[in-house]
Structure formats: structure tokens, C-alpha cells
Design a protein around this ligand. Sequence first.
Ligand SMILES: [Zn+2]
Length: 220
Amino acid sequence: MSGLGPPGGEATFTDEEYDALFVDVEPLAPAGRRRLPRLVSLLGLFVAATMLAVYVGDLVGGVASTPTIREPAEIRAVALDEIAESPWGWLATEVRIESLPEPRVGAYVTNNPPDGVITIDLRPWTAAGLDELIDHELGHLLDFAVWGTVADGRRGGIGTEAWAECAAVAAGTRALDRRDPGTEYHCYADEFAVYEAAVAELTEVCRNWGSRECRPVTPG
Ligand SMILES: [Zn+2]
């Protein structure tokens, strides 16, 4: 993979937008009063994401492989294979394939509350694109597992998408960025160093969703 652009065409969110959508932030008002503003901001976000038009896709790495993984069962099987190979795969509880309404969103996980479900858009994928996507989403799940709703010191201070992109770099399915890709979907060498240092400090990770469990983190 080129490492340029959002994996699988995820929408680009600022941290604020991402937190509003996917991260369980401190409630500002009772849930009933927050519902309408959240819906409005969601619609606004999709409009904004469409206007950004930053997806550069798989054409940027030179050889553009043809996306041949099209059937939901096949997409899910490839995703489950990558999950099985990842040290963080156990944080995922389920993989769902759905047609996501926003063309720029290739997949998502939620932290509101976290449930470990990875939902992937029903679209043609390359195996490499799916692998990178899964490692990116598992990076988000690791973030949710380690920090939950804690704001201070979260992810060593790097952005939510940078953290997830660096998780894909660590997994070997993404390259480091040497130049600014023009989106928040980047992992520069200094961000990767932050990611690796944060992961190196982990001794145990707990999955606080699904069947709750904690696992020791083994070095390497
Ligand atoms: Zn992401």
C-alpha cells in the first residue's frame, strides 16, 4: 500500500468531529437533549466530508491492483483472516458488511459505547486495502480499550486517525508518511515513535465490551 490517503476511503474527521461521532465524550446535557444536535452534526459532517474530496485511493502507489473482493462473505472472510493475525484482533467482537451511506466511509467502529464491532462498507476491495483497513480499525479499538473515555494523555497525544494509521504501520500493512498526505490520515516517523512508545508501556489490555477480558501484552 502506498500509505497515502485514508484507508479504504474513510471520511476525514477532525478530532472534534470524530469525538462527537464515535468517541464517548463527557455528556454536556442529558441524552434526550443531545439527540437532535448530534443528528444535525452528523448530517453536517457527511456534507462536509463529501466536500473535502480528499480520497486519493489505491491509484497512488504506482501499481493499482484491481479490487476483486466483492461478495460480503468474501470481504468478511478476508477481514477475519487479518483479525486472526493481529495481536489486537481479540478486541474485535464482530465484522459486519453493510452498504454505508457515505461514499467516503470505508469502515467504522464506535466508542459510544464501544462494542468491538467493525462495520465495513460493501464495495469492491483489494486484499491489501482490507488488511490495512482492519489494522486501522483495530488501532481504534486498542485506543478505546486502553483509554476508554479518558482525555488526558490519550494515545500519547497524537490524533485519533494518526494513532490508527500508525497501528497499521506497526502491523506492516501501511507505509510511513514522508510527506504530508493532506489529510489527518497520516503516520509520520515521530508519530510512529509515539505509538510504539505508548504500546511498549502497556502490560495488560482489557476489552470492556462483549465478553469482557484482559490479556497481558507480550513484547514484540
Ligand atoms: Zn479511523
